[in-house]
Design a protein around this ligand. Sequence first.
Ligand SMILES: [Zn+2]
Ligand SMILES: [Zn+2]
Length: 143
Amino acid sequence: MRGYEAQCSRENCPETVFLPESNPLQPFEVQPYPPTGTWPLLFVCPLCKHPNTYTRDYFHPTDRPDRRLEDAVYEGLWFLTVQCPENNCGLLLRLHTTASSDSDAVDVARTIYPAIQGFRCEANHNLNPENRIAVIQQPVLVG
Ligand SMILES: [Zn+2]
Ligand SMILES: [Zn+2]
């Protein structure tokens, strides 16, 4: 299956993240994985838990065997949405990671939550873990 891959940006982490091509009508340059978010893509490395903020330049096109055709369980793309807790901001952050398609949403959240403070909202606010960060959308499998 066609898609795009990028290296985790933490030094010495061997993880390569894969985004399946979702909708050829919406070019990857415009949106990495419609409708889960726009550039930059916020992605938590499933291996080292590093919060990656990817621009388009990190990715290159690739082709992987589509294991979804053979296996009931596969490595899928998950995302969740949280809200910036800064006063009067309220911007949404759409965080992605990869995990087994049969994962429990609670376990996926456990991978993502510790990385949240490493991201910034579009208004450039740090996500201070001392503020209450509202979860708008629990982790869901999208790809
Ligand atoms: Zn990593
Ligand atoms: Zn904000």
